[in-house]
Design a protein around this ligand. Structure first.
Ligand code: KIV
Ligand code: ZN
Length: 518
């Protein structure tokens, strides 16, 4: 018999590595996905959707390796409603302790007519066949009617009933295009619970996109109406405007238990760490005022607010920073700080590192402390992100860079790189110091990848602030992001470019030999 606690428990299904990764420029390599999976598992995520195995070899490998690595969370892989997709998904998932095949097919009239060019009867037959087939391989099958929120109710009810009869344990209703509004979405869930006779044999799940900024509100409304699984992503990354943000859903459930009395198994203290890891991997920093994880989420600027918070934080804070893994650390870091203080600061900031990475980061912290008067928490977060970005097996390393720039032109860059262990140098001109530096990189590492994004953010205030740089390169439809931070913007740009190139090399080795024309 289900206890009250079971009935009120919401399963958190994270799709950062599948739907999240589908957002332009958010691609992650295998090592990065494994790092994200590790943090998701530590957070207590119930189901980790690690990819869409038939979509690419990279996705297949990621699902297989995450399946091997993860011990407590379930691992899901996505498949279309066809046997080939399902076989491929199972090939990757069979290593998981607790695997789940997630099958989807569109059910809205628009998608069936325009996208699938299939009659509703054929869609119905495909979903029944694919779910039955998958159930012979894997005990746990989830089914999603894509564009579910715009599907005719009679057809949706018929499909859901058949999907459960065929063996689906979870029925996930996607608001694929983020069109729904909360009351309407809650009514859809209520309608399914009232009309589908075998609905109690499956867990009802929701998957909301954020095109109208309502993904979290729609998900919570659905939970209120009886959904017990929510699909979401860290920082809300995902197709177009993104998916429902996990941190917002989980904290809304924690903070407003009085009104939304449902629980999750998420250790909310891991939220900041997960958010920062993802930002440092993808180069997608969250907006400063983003709920829960934005840098301003717990900042108080106005005098009245500051005064209130000093008297009692609850005057202007509805949750404690500690509850999301931030700490009101009073530890001021500088060049005299030792390893112990550094380690403790990292912990306060939600950035834990392994021993080797910590040592590396500490050396870089000391370098930074020599250059900068004040080391802010943001500097340390950037430094750790930078550290995460360096894989260790880099083919291209920066040895030295000297740039001449000013009101005259052209600007020049003298660059020295270590390429596969060999020292190479060149001098190049450009339209500005960054352009000259990138031209020098091109001269030493000829390649056809296109620069798709060059972004510079000041990590903190002050003219000695570090510049956090993101470089995105694209080659044959595949993108990689490189990041670096340094007090010198041009050095940071150079290192971010090299980081992207190093990642591109790994990607190309996996897809085709002799990638860069060197
Ligand atoms: O948005 C969507 O409909 C999806 C499905 C594959 C669940 O991502
Ligand atoms: Zn989606």
């Amino acid at each position: 018999m289900k206890t009250e606690t079971d009935r009120n428990r919401v399963i958190i299904f994270d799709t950062t590595m599948r739907d999240g990764e589908q957002s332009p420029g958010c691609s992650m390599n295998l090592d990065e996905k494994l790092r994200v999976a590790e943090v998701l598992e530590e957070m207590g995520v119930d189901v980790i959707e690690a990819g869409f195995p038939i979509a690419s070899n990279g996705d297949f490998e990621a699902v297989r390796e995450v399946s091997r690595a993860v011990k407590t969370s379930q691992v899901a892989g996505l498949a279309r409603a066809g046997r080939k997709d399902i076989d491929r998904a199972w090939e990757a998932l069979k290593f998981a302790r607790n695997p789940r095949i997630h099958i989807f097919i569109s059910t809205s009239a628009l998608h069936m007519r325009v996208k699938l060019r299939m009659e509703p009867e054929a869609v119905h037959a495909a979903l029944v066949d694919s779910i039955s087939y998958a159930r012979n391989l894997c005990e746990d099958v989830e089914w999603s009617p894509e564009d579910g929120s715009r599907t005719d109710h009679d057809f949706l009810c018929r499909c859901v009933e058949s999907a459960i009869k065929a063996g689906a344990r979870t029925i996930n209703i996607p608001d694929t295009v983020g069109y729904s509004v909360p009351q309407e979405f809650a009514e859809l869930i209520t309608m399914l619970r009232n009309r589908v006779p075998n609905i109690d044999k499956a867990v009802l799940s929701v998957h909301c996109h954020n095109d109208l900024g309502l993904a979290v509100a729609n998900s919570l409304a659905a939970v209120g109406a009886g959904a017990r699984q929510v699909e979401c992503t860290i920082n809300g990354i995902g197709e177009r405007a993104g998916n429902a943000a996990m941190e917002e859903i989980v904290m809304a459930l924690r903070v407003r238990r009085d009104r939304i009395p449902y629980t999750t198994g998420i250790k909310t203290e891991c939220i900041t760490k997960a958010s920062r890891l993802l930002s440092s991997i993808t180069g997608f920093t969250v907006q400063p005022n983003k709920a829960i994880v934005g840098v301003n989420a717990f900042a108080h600027e106005s005098g009245i607010h500051q005064d209130g918070v000093l008297k009692d934080p609850s005057t202007y804070e509805i949750m404690t920073p500690e509850s999301v893994g931030l700490s009101r650390s009073a530890l001021v870091m500088g060049k005299h700080s030792g390893r112990h203080a550094f380690r403790s600061k990292l912990k306060d900031l939600g950035c834990e590192l392994g021993e080797n990475a910590l040592e590396d980061a500490f050396v870089r912290f000391k370098d930074l402390a020599d250059k900068k008067k004040q080391i802010f928490d943001e500097d340390i977060v950037a430094l750790v992100g930078d550290n995460n970005a360096r894989g260790g097996n880099e083919r291209f390393k920066l040895l030295s860079l000297k740039v001449t720039c000013g009101t005259f032109s052209p600007q020049t860059a003298e660059l020295e790189l270590e390429i596969d262990g060999e020292r190479k140098a060149t001098k190049a001109q450009g339209d500005g110091p960054v352009d000259a530096t990138f031209s020098a990189i091109h001269a030493l590492v000829p390649h056809t990848a296109q620069l798709k994004l060059y972004q510079v953010d000041a990590v903190t205030e002050g003219s000695d602030a570090q510049a956090g740089v993101t470089v995105r390169l694209e080659e044959n439809g595949k993108t990689v992001n490189g990041q670096a931070s340094d007090t010198d913007t041009v050095v940071s740009s150079c290192r971010a470019y090299l980081h992207a190139l190093n990642k591109l090399m790994v990607k190309r080795q996996k897809t085709a030999p002799a990638a860069l024309g060197m």
